[in-house]
Write a protein that binds this ligand. Sequence first.
Ligand code: ADE
Length: 236
Amino acid sequence: MKPDHIALVIAMNSEAAPLIKTLALEKKADLFPAPLPFELYQGEAAGKRISVIVSGLDREHGVNNVGTQSATLMTYLIIAHLHPDLVINAGTAGGIGEKGCQIGDIYLSESPFCYHDRRIPLPRFDQYGIGSYPSIDTTEMAASLGFKTGRISTGDSLDMTDRDLEMIRSNRAIIKEMEAAAVAWVCRMMDIPMFAVKVITDLIDRQTSTEAQFTANLQLAVNNLRRSILQVIDYL
Ligand code: ADE
């Protein structure tokens, strides 16, 4: 595919800031005026229009609106208002070390995106809860750019219960994060192709807590994420 207009959905300012700076994207205040917290940045790269939407700050807690509820709304708004040809969900993620994930690795999504924390033990609702939403095929892009590929499982917690891990394994996912399935659900509904670019900040099968690993590795990870997104935009 040769998209003219790429929209990036990014949860945290720290994940988006290096990219926004490198591409000198301009902040647009008019499309999502207050009280919506979302921030829109636009510009051009490699001859394409680039729109980046970031979740902004929760008005009570002053932290980024991470997780599936704002990912859903951001994705809907950017598609409905800006009509991009392609949506990319970019951000940090946990990975399973025993499946080969390493801190700082870049992963492109493999189909399908699923959830690991939506348990609805009723006929058909069980599968609805887990979900199954498509990614575009990133195999060639990953091979050409030297990135890994893997299935992504989404949930609304940074940490993890034993049941979450069981579900991640049964989803055959190796990456755990907090937005991709929500973005993919909206894209499927709106018929817009999408994929995810995730950088590994923590290994979920290690003793050290996720939050300690996340904090220690965030800077390295966002630098790698910025570099990889630029490569992806050039490739596309
Ligand atoms: N973002 C970075 N690491 C994560 C993890 N382990 N789970 C969910 N989201 C994450």
